[in-house]
Each structure stands twice: as structure tokens, then as C-alpha cells.
Unconditional design. Structure first.
Length: 154
């Protein structure tokens, strides 16, 4: 009986250890504060996407999103359904976690990244994966930062 308990204990410890690196990573990045409408399901889907990719996320539900976007300097033509703050930068819309992680590591001279509108297949949106652009924007620059199809770089 002791050997069965020992094997079971060992197996559980091994399984828990396999999960440890993901948990350690999840606790290590900057907190992303997401401002979203309380009733928006695709915003909740994007938050889940970020969490699954190791980000710590704080959600602020508000019906004053236009004020948040204005305060953070999001150009109206780049607006989407939610706005996030991360380490002094802005993430507007359904920005894939891989693009956000790379951007936050590079720390370019920019205000942030945006995925205008709500492209089908972008993280949190579901549906068919259409190709879409992630736009880097700032006071003196605006350019395509990356192209994605779903949550994969195209």
C-alpha cells in the first residue's frame, strides 16, 4: 500500500511541477488594465486570451469608454470596443498577446498598438480568421506593426 501511495504522490507532484513554469510566467509580466463595457462578451474573450498567454489582467467595467480613449490619446479612426493600459502604453482593441508582448519588450517611441474595429477571428472575436493589421501609433508615427490571421502572425 505504501508504494501505491508513493507512486500516486510522485505522479501528482510531477504533474504539478509541469504546470509551475506557466504559473510563474503568468505572475511575472506587467498588469494590463482593460477598460470595457460591462456587457461586452468579445472584450471578455480578449481578456481570457491575454490570461492564457501569461498576462496578469485587471478589468475596469465602464460605460465611459470614449472618455477613456480620449484621456489615453487613442485616435478615433483606430478605436475598437475596449482600451487597455500596460506599462505606460495603450493597447486598443483585439491586439494579439504575442504582438503585445513583443511591443512591451521593445518599448518603442510610440503611444501604443491598435487593432481598429473588430476583425473576425482576432483574439476574443471568434468567427473566420480574416487577416488584419496591428497598427503602431504615436505622436509622430503611425505604421503597420504586424499582420495577423487569428492569433498567429501572417
Amino acid at each position: 500500500m505504501t508504494s501505491t501511495v508513493s507512486r500516486r504522490f510522485f505522479t501528482r507532484c510531477l504533474a504539478a511541477t509541469a504546470l509551475f513554469p506557466a504559473r510563474a510566467f503568468a505572475a511575472s509580466g506587467p498588469i494590463i488594465t482593460v477598460h470595457k463595457d460591462p456587457a461586452c462578451d468579445c472584450c471578455t474573450g480578449w481578456v481570457t486570451h491575454l490570461e492564457r498567454n501569461g498576462f496578469r489582467v485587471q478589468v475596469i467595467k465602464t460605460q465611459e469608454l470614449n472618455r477613456v480613449k480620449s484621456r489615453l490619446g487613442v485616435p478615433s479612426d483606430l478605436a475598437a470596443c475596449h482600451t487597455a493600459e500596460a506599462d505606460g502604453f495603450v493597447l486598443e482593441g483585439h491586439v494579439p498577446a504575442t504582438a503585445a508582448r513583443r511591443f512591451l519588450a521593445e518599448r518603442p517611441q510610440a503611444k501604443g498598438l491598435a487593432v481598429p474595429g473588430m476583425p473576425s477571428g482576432s483574439p476574443g472575436m471568434g468567427g473566420d480568421d480574416e487577416e488584419y493589421e496591428v497598427i503602431l501609433f504615436g505622436p509622430s508615427e503611425r505604421r503597420i506593426y504586424a499582420r495577423f490571421k487569428g492569433d498567429k502572425e501572417a
